[in-house]
Design a protein around this ligand. Sequence first.
Ligand code: FAD
Length: 291
Amino acid sequence: MTYDPATTDPAAFDDQRCREIVSHALGLPSTRFELTGKRPWQMGGWLADSYRAGRVFLLGDAAHVTPPTGGFGANTGIQDAWNLTTKLVSVLRGHADPGLLADYEPERRTVGRITVEQALLRARDRAQVPIEDRPLLSEAAVAIGYRYAMPRDDVAADSTLADEPDRWRGEPGTRLPHLPFAGPKGLRSTLDLVRDGRYLLLAGPQGHTWTQAARELDPQGALLDTALLPAKITSLSVWPTEACGIGDRGALLVRPDHVIAWRTAHAVPDALTVLAAATRQAQGLDRPATP
Ligand SMILES: Cc1cc2nc3c(=O)[nH]c(=O)nc-3n(C[C@H](O)[C@H](O)[C@H](O)COP(=O)(O)OP(=O)(O)OC[C@H]3O[C@@H](n4cnc5c(N)ncnc54)[C@H](O)[C@@H]3O)c2cc1C
């Protein structure tokens, strides 16, 4: 039920009136259901000016409120939590610099802004208010097709911040593509390869130089897992390497939250040095000190 608070007091919706409204909507007599609660609620879109104040981080509806159009609210909040907790885990395990936590706000607030905008556009569209001035993105693009700003990689990149998930090709800042493949225990996804707060070095089918470098860099496997992409997946119309934007000897470094941190399309002469630098960058190490 919508009402105008300028002309109607929410107290006017007493139990009797609510029962009549529900009964009318259901076409059932009011004895056939139980009224367990009611409350006024204002639909709107809001974004916090900041997601962080010192040791306090905002996430979920505390950081962004969307109208229900699109069904984005809880999804976005859960993603905030995943982004933040994987960073906290890396810092608390001593793998990352506490400065990494500074990435939470720019990464997630950008997604929050796009999500609030898109949910508001949908609300206007549903109310038949013209929205020609702004593109309406698909639900998939808003929910999982976003891209965090990252240092530019060595393959073509543009500044789009949200697109259809299957249009991305392993660009750093985007989500690792979900590629199903047959594992020893049945069907698996590339996403399953990212485990327990660790980074993943995912190389092309001929990328043994990269997995070897990862083992030298992290002999105990405390920080990095490694895997090779399958050469071909029969159920896919693209090659796995193509979906990830790399050649057979290229590699991706994937963060614990499934986001691609770094990518190289090909083999390089000193894989260990290059991988060590990419990993340190992803861990928030070797960054210029903030004033
Ligand atoms: C009609 C409607 C439909 C929706 N549909 C969808 C959908 O289809 N898909 C989707 O993803 N999202 C949807 N949402 C949004 C989703 O419900 C919210 O985004 C989500 O519940 C927010 O979760 P949260 O944990 O951030 O906040 P909340 O769910 O608000 O949880 C915050 C909790 O903190 C408690 N709290 C507050 N202050 C204090 C305090 N001082 N001390 C202790 N506890 C406190 C509150 O009681 C509450 O339990 C919908 C929302 C509405 C209203």
